[in-house]
Design a binder for this molecule. Structure first.
Ligand code: ZN
Length: 393
């Protein structure tokens, strides 16, 4: 058993625009830029030192501004300057660092969130004021979470407060792992009892559907506001639909993994240049989806106390899980071992190898030639996930 902290960000859209908000944003931007310039000229990367050397002057210059805005501006300026230095070293930064965004960092002195009353109290230039926000169903799960820092953001769609929530969870010791192979149209799971489960997602069809829809809009309408709005609308729907899909999919994966205590995924950071994303790209999940889906699986698993491990993804679908021999194509998405003659579907082999690697990482020796062939030649049990059907609506 060990404990881990899960962090998730939730968005809260304010029902009205706070009075004097523009002044607050412009004062804050001035302060952050003053601090960045100061840090740049004296090469300061320490938050404490930056605050110590500038606080008094800023306090006098902005007497109406609640003092914690200066604290958070120092934090932002420090991190902006540090990332500027990093880019500079790689020769990716030009000129001096500048802050142009409409973003204000808030700490726990500057805002109070009340999920029950659906209000946020915010310290402004005119004192502390309560604002109602638009409630969303997913906000409710954060009731027993700890509220951390937040960001006040101004966009053309309104004013938002993005709040970081955290929760401590107890993660148990896994005694087995399910191997998870993420593909464009299915997710295949290798269970420790020798079974395989394939969840059909139709992600490619969903993406293609929206792609065609966007092309039609672009062909039919001239560039302008109407076209932009329509494209945005369908972009939003596509994201919502994929999000809905990923949540349902993840619930199923975590449900299956709960009794074993462990999930094995491929380590995406190692995928970058591996063969899998060039020669074996065919049928693999989009990178954005991959990362998004993995992050949902990771936090949902942790919430249930399930351990997630990441394994090296190299050759998970080109080496034989039985003997380590080279696999070659044997028809549509089927593979055959050149050494021992073992045959199975590409997805089954992928998830199986992922599970075996997790066991190895965990120090469990797998008996050689122990075929998990409960399902007759590795035919997985299939599930379908139904998502919101909104593509034409
Ligand atoms: Zn083999």
């Amino acid at each position: 058993m060990h404990s881990e902290t899960i962090k998730l960000t939730a968005k809260f859209k304010l029902k009205e625009i706070p009075e004097g908000l523009d002044d607050l944003f412009s004062a804050y931007r001035e302060i952050v830029n003053f601090l960045i310039t100061y840090a740049y000229k004296s090469n300061i990367t320490s938050f404490k030192r930056l605050k110590k050397e500038t606080y008094k002057e800023l306090r006098e210059k902005y007497p109406q501004l609640p003092s914690h805005y200066i604290y958070t501006a120092c934090q932002m300026a420090t991190s902006i300057y540090k990332s500027y230095r990093k880019r500079k070293r790689k020769e990716k930064a030009n000129g001096e660092p500048v802050f142009k965004k409409e973003v204000i960092m808030l700490d726990d002195h500057l805002f109070k969130l009340d999920l029950e009353k659906v209000i946020i109290k915010l310290s402004t230039l005119k004192g502390r004021t309560s604002f109602e926000f638009y409630p969303a169903k997913y906000h409710e799960k954060f009731r027993d979470w700890k509220v951390g820092q937040a960001w006040l953001i101004k966009t053309p769609k309104g004013v938002f407060i993005n709040v970081v929530f955290s929760k401590e969870v107890e993660i148990g010791e896994p005694f087995a792992f399910i191997g998870v192979d993420l593909n464009e149209n299915n997710v295949t799971l290798a269970l420790p009892n020798g079974e395989f489960v394939q969840i059909i997602t139709h992600e490619r069809e969903i993406r293609t559907g929206y792609f065609v829809k966007r092309k039609k809009i672009q062909k039919k309408l001239k560039a302008g506001k109407r076209r932009r709005e329509l494209l945005e609308k369908y972009g939003r729907r596509e994201r919502n639909r994929l999000n809905d899909l990923y949540h349902k999919l993840t619930n199923k994966i975590v449900e299956l993994a709960e009794k074993y205590g462990g999930i094995a995924l491929e380590d995406l950071s190692e995928i970058r240049d591996s063969i899998r994303y060039s020669a074996e790209m065919n049928g693999r999940l989009h990178r954005w989806s991959f990362r998004k889906l993995q992050s949902i699986i990771e936090y949902k698993a942790k919430l249930k106390g399930v351990r997630v491990v990441f394994v090296n993804p190299a050759h998970t679908s080109s080496l034989c899980p039985m003997c380590g021999g080279k696999l070659s194509s044997n028809g549509h998405r089927a593979l055959k071992c050149e050494n021992c003659g073992f045959e199975a579907g590409r997805d089954v082999i992928g998830s199986w190898n992922i599970r075996l690697r997790a066991l190895k990482m965990w120090g469990v020796t797998v008996p050689p030639k122990s075929p998990p062939m409960k399902t007759g030649g590795g035919k997985p049990t299939r599930y379908e996930i139904n998502t919101l059907h909104t593509i034409n609506g």
